[in-house]
Ligand binder design. Structure first.
Ligand SMILES: *Cc1c(COP(=O)(O)O)cnc(C)c1O
Length: 382
């Protein structure tokens, strides 16, 4: 926490606005708009709820295909399944670790051309699904790193497919000078406990389209039609953010930029620490067009060159009570998505095998750093 949160939470209590709406929610939405340079924002109960609503607003229906990043957290693609649609999983490119625009086009062409097996495709769509364009594309910006949005948008626009940016991990990251989440039809953010700022739990839907955001707010509050009684003409959801939680969010937005500099500084510290260690590479900004919030600092260890491997290092750290984690296990390797069409190139599988997320919290002390440095150096035998 940054310190300013309690003031807004206290206001909610003092005014008795303990509800899934209220002045903090309205103010948080406005402040979020200026923080990310968005036109319109709906504050919601989670990032997952925001993805779910974005797909509903894009008209995704049972039997549709929706393309999603394979290398991501499951919440990126779960909402596709909530709607009875089929996730089509597309692998990463090595530069950003995010969706590969070339493979994206192959996936679209592969789905469109009936029965044609496309290069890089490991599983074919079921018969009835062939010959159709996907309804939407969900691109994750993992660990804070923006995906190659220019190339992705060129492919998406060529086939007229709307894009949703999953910026849950990338609040404050920038691509070509714009904060991510604002480069496509919809963006989504998360304020879950583990993200760069948190409201304990929460999310937001971003769009340039005011009518769409109005519609999102309507669907998120049980789809209540204007009438003195309770009138419903469509299925609604209980997805709005509470006014108490929005108070936490307002305080957190005040420290967003501080958190980003802290995470970037931790990232620079790890680079310095590991600069002479052979076989270690970082997830890195490929060019000045990319600015990552470096939510997590992630490395890949080449066991041939490093003299150790991902799992050995992880266990060495764990023995010293220092938590690190493997990178996301790709969705095409998850049992629950085993039958989904997938277009893969080996990138995310290799990242999963050899990659490690290092302790990256903005509350790491200098004593913590000394200990982490010692243990990691020992792990690499340097
Ligand atoms: C955290 C996360 C989400 C989901 O956000 P919640 O607010 O936890 O529902 C979605 N996508 C990615 C990539 C995430 O890391």
């Amino acid at each position: 926490m940054g310190g300013g949160e309690m003031k807004y939470v206290q206001e909610a209590f003092d005014t008795n606005w303990i509800a899934p709406l209220g002045p903090n929610v309205d103010a948080f939405e406005k402040e979020l708009c200026s923080a990310v340079g968005a036109k319109h924002v709906a504050a919601l109960s989670s990032g997952t709820a925001a993805i779910h609503l974005s797909l509903i607003l894009l008209g995704v229906r049972p039997g549709d295909y929706v393309i999603g990043s394979s290398f991501t957290f499951s919440a990126t693609v779960n909402p596709i399944a909530y709607l009875g649609a089929t996730p089509v999983l597309v692998d990463s490119e090595p530069g950003t670790w995010n969706m590969d625009p070339v493979l994206l086009e192959k996936a679209i062409v592969g789905l469109k051309s009936e029965g044609l097996r496309s290069e890089g495709q490991v599983r074919q769509p079921a018969d009835e699904g062939r010959g159709r364009l996907p309804k939407a594309i969900i691109v994750a910006h993992l660990y804070g790193m923006p995906a190659r949005m220019k190339e992705i948008m060129e492919v998406a626009d060529k086939y007229g497919i709307p894009v949703v940016e999953d910026a849950a991990e990338a609040l404050g990251s920038e691509y070509m000078g714009r904060r991510v989440g604002c480069n496509s039809r919809f963006g989504i953010l998360s304020f879950n406990g583990n993200k760069i700022i948190t409201t304990s739990g929460g999310g937001a839907l971003i769009s340039d389209d005011e009518a769409m955001i109005d519609r999102a707010r309507y669907l998120a509050t049980q789809a209540r039609d204007p009438a003195p009684h309770y009138q419903h003409s469509t299925i609604g959801y209980n997805y709005r953010m509470s006014n108490v939680v929005a108070g936490v969010g307002r305080g957190q937005l005040e420290v967003l930029d501080r958190h980003i500099s802290r995470h970037r500084e931790i990232n620079a510290w790890y680079r310095e620490l590991l600069k002479d260690v052979p076989g270690v590479t970082f997830q890195s900004e490929p060019s000045p067009d990319f600015y990552s919030n470096y939510w997590l600092t992630c490395i890949v260890i080449d066991p041939e060159k490093a003299g150790t491997d991902r799992e050995k290092l992880r266990l060495t750290m764990e023995a010293e009570m220092i938590e690190s984690r493997p990178l996301w296990k790709p969705m095409h390797m998850q049992p629950v998505f085993a039958t989904c069409p997938a277009f893969v190139n080996g990138t995310s599988e290799a990242l999963f095998t050899d990659g490690l997320c290092l302790p990256s919290g903005s509350n790491i002390t200098s004593d913590d750093r000394k200990r982490i440095a010692e243990v990691i150096r020992r792990g690499f035998g340097v």
